[in-house]
Design a protein around this ligand. Structure first.
Ligand code: HEC
Length: 134
């Protein structure tokens, strides 16, 4: 059983790495208060509810997380302005987020490669016909 069951193949060699980097990242998001708002009961009534508290959700939002923290848009005050984030927390959050993102990219690249392999016989037949004759 992994946190990513159903999302990625069980034989993906980067899954353990993904879980580990997610733990560090999730910890930093908790320390930086992100998880207080980005949960299903949506205390600040976001119009597009961005969930961050599960690894799969965090993986789906990782680009936006990094961008918003880099641009000091998050965390957020209840009344709509960016909230102060301790520079030490901010640096740690970005460091773990970037690490998590790198592993997410590895996992996805591996998945893509294996999807293509599944169709290999079909690809071979197609490539036997020269482009000019198609
Ligand atoms: C006090 C509540 C609150 C906290 C704390 C908070 N957020 Fe948010 N977050 C929001 C709200 C509300 C929005 C929607 C804002 C908007 O649409 O202008 C949002 C939007 C976002 C988005 C989506 C923006 C987009 O581009 O669509 C991301 C990603 C995000 N937050 C990440 C974070 C991270 C990372 C942290 C911690 C550093 C954090 N948030 C802390 C309330 C919060």
């Amino acid at each position: 059983m992994t946190l990513f069951d159903g999302l990625y193949r069980k034989d993906n060699p980067y899954l353990l790495d993904l879980e580990r980097s997610d733990q560090g990242f999730a910890n930093e998001m908790r320390r930086s208060t992100c998880i207080g708002c980005h949960v299903p009961n949506n205390p600040t009534k976001m119009r597009r509810l961005v969930l961050l508290q599960t690894p799969a959700h965090a993986a789906a939002e990782i680009e936006r997380v990094i961008k918003d923290v880099q641009e000091n848009k998050m965390p957020y005050e209840e009344w709509g302005d960016p909230a102060f984030l301790d520079p030490v927390l901010r640096a740690a959050l970005l460091q773990y987020a970037t690490r998590f993102q790198a592993v997410v990219l590895q996992v996805k690249a591996w998945e893509k490669q294996h999807q293509q392999n599944a169709y290999e016989p079909k690809n071979v037949v197609q490539s036997a016909t020269p482009k000019s004759e198609q």
